[in-house]
Design a protein around this ligand. Sequence first.
Ligand code: SF4
Length: 327
Amino acid sequence: MRSFHYERAADTPDAVAACAAGATIIAGGTNLLDLMKREVVQPERLIDITRLDLRTIESAEGGLSIGALVSNSDLAAHRDVRRDWPVLAQALLSGASGQLRNKATTGGNLLQRTRCYYFQDSAMPCNKREPGSGCHALGGATRLHAILGGSDACIATHPSDMAVAMTMLDASLDIIGKDGASRRLRLRDFYRLPGDTPHIETVLQPGDLIAKVVLPPPAGGRQTYRKVRDRASYAFALVSVAARIELAEGRIADASLAFGGIAPRPWHDPAVDRLLVGEVPSAALFARVADVLLDGAAPQEGNAFKVPLLRRTLTATLNELCREIPQ
Ligand code: SF4
């Protein structure tokens, strides 16, 4: 690990100013410190934001306001989350380990970096780590890589489970800019696809600080998070589905789905949601939904298995949520 300058922000303006001057934010450090030890990233200056007043979970606007420093453990265990947004608790508890969830923060979870093997190995060419150097994943080991949304420059996946659930729930972010003004942004508009600039992963500007995540009011229906991975715990998703389905008189009255492990960002396709609404649940309908979702999929040899896996995981999730509940 290279030497770096460390300082602790006293308040939000302090943090924003340091950030605008080029400092890298550190909070839980569960991802950043690993990357620094491997010299995947080499920040010269760290600004520690753990003393900022961003640890509150409270009702807001009919929904829930979650401070950026709320730990993944506290968020998963929160009474309101478990009652009204259980998909979020499920997604959080499916990720990492208990120790990591105790340290990892809400803001950090959103901004964690890909676990692409070549990105994590500073000896390997990687367009995301070093723009223009190439992509060894293309034609290489791609078990964890994208089948949707990738480019000729990068096919890495976003690793967060929490972000998939929040994307399905249509959460928003409150972001404080370097001028001190706060702005709100839908999480669905936060992540960029790689294109030819895979090193730019979000729409954040220099100096921006994520202050909180805001969940909209609880919606009706049933919700779940289904994750398929190589180990039963402490493994990233090969494929995951966050879904909410509301049934009325035998038809799907409302639907929202998001997917993880298959794209450079939590994947939400509005056409998939639209196709379900108003329809009677059936195997034929779910097959059509999978066709729409997978339209444009571009798997590599090493991750072609994700196409049928995603189809089956989607179908199993919809079957579960559309099942009649015995009275
Ligand atoms: Fe780097 Fe992206 Fe290629 Fe992985 S897939 S080696 S992160 S450019």
